[in-house]
Design a protein around this ligand. Sequence first.
Ligand SMILES: [Zn+2]
Length: 448
Amino acid sequence: MASQRTLIKNGCVLTLDKGVGNFHQADVLIEGTKISAVGPNLSAAEAEVIDAADMIVMPGFIDTHRHLWESILRNIGTDIPLEGEAGHLAIILNTLAPVYRPEDAYVGDLVGLYGAIDAGITTILDWSHIQATREHTDAVIKALQESGMRAVFAYGYPWWKEPDENQDDWIREAAKEYFASKDQLLTFALAAQGPEFTSFEVVKAQWELARELDARITVHVGVGRAGRQGKLGQMGKAGLLKNDSTYIHCTTLSDDEIKMIVDTGGTVSLASTAEMTMGYGMPPIQRLLNHGLRPSFSVDTETNMPNDMFTQMHAVNSLQHALIFDQKLAGKRNLPAFMNSRDVIECATIEGARANGLLHKTGTLTPGKEADLIMLSMDRPNILPVNDPIGAVVWGMDTSNVDSVFVAGNALKRDGKLLNVDLDNLSRMAYESRDYVMTKSGFRLPEI
Ligand SMILES: [Zn+2]
């Protein structure tokens, strides 16, 4: 039987693949899970035709670091920093996380995932440091599977206690049970504890475990004062850094440590809104660019941050320009180049795919890749008339423009509405879990 065909007609198509090009008007043909052709005036027998006039068709956004289990705690910590007595670590990770049941982790993930789809994100890395038991793992993976998104499940050790003596066996079991194939929507990574937060021996053992399992590694480094201890450099000197790792934040790393990441083929995830507002240190966007590395972007946590990549694009672009203009106003010369809208949209798509180890599958609308794409409305009053489609996506649009979302050719959102989800039920579950976690932990929601 021929695989199912969908023909998206007459869209403004941003493939973001320089070899294929971008088009003011073109079609995208999806066959089965893959993009089979991009270009003007395509035709295909027995295809479902979708009219994309007044739409930008582009690769879905890619988030490279999100603690999805925290999504039932949305905006609970908008005014709190990372550290300190009433900080994120004390409240979210040491007070609320310990009372999470597997079903709370499931609901947290689920509500975060549907929010991400709604915002036009097609691939997400779930940095899941809620793995208190083997059952938490099953619950979170169930949510990832149900969502229909492409996702990297990054297994994380619980923050608030020492790892269980069976933890590494649970990881091996999960890898075997769920991730024996890489040819599926869910792939596996290890969310390592990070050299600033545990001993060198533990770090080394976790990195060796990831490599034993052929899993990518994702790790927080250069976080606030702790990031200034030279711990990543120590790992680099021990030969642990390779091209299978993504380094999150990197805000207070030394230039030598950033160079080590670049030289070993590592990728970086910037969560710049969290970094700027929660006290991680200055996002190192310019230092990365100076070394020739373009970062990917991430939301990090919905306890503080909005859940979309439009916000991340605005933040990084604004910050990079502000840093250069500040030096220009101070009379300095020979300054670095400004990032432009094309650079920024590529960070939110191509670099995300690279950092998640999935650039061969997603990140551009290249024939042969998986059909992970979004359609953004150009006929809304917040954006018309569209004069520069890339500039419109990066600066003019927001989540209200996300009309349709496809992952592996499967529609997850159409005509502005999420498919395959009972929102009333999702809402009921989210409030029930939120209430349980609050009551059990004794934590009280902020006053208004
Ligand atoms: Zn994080």
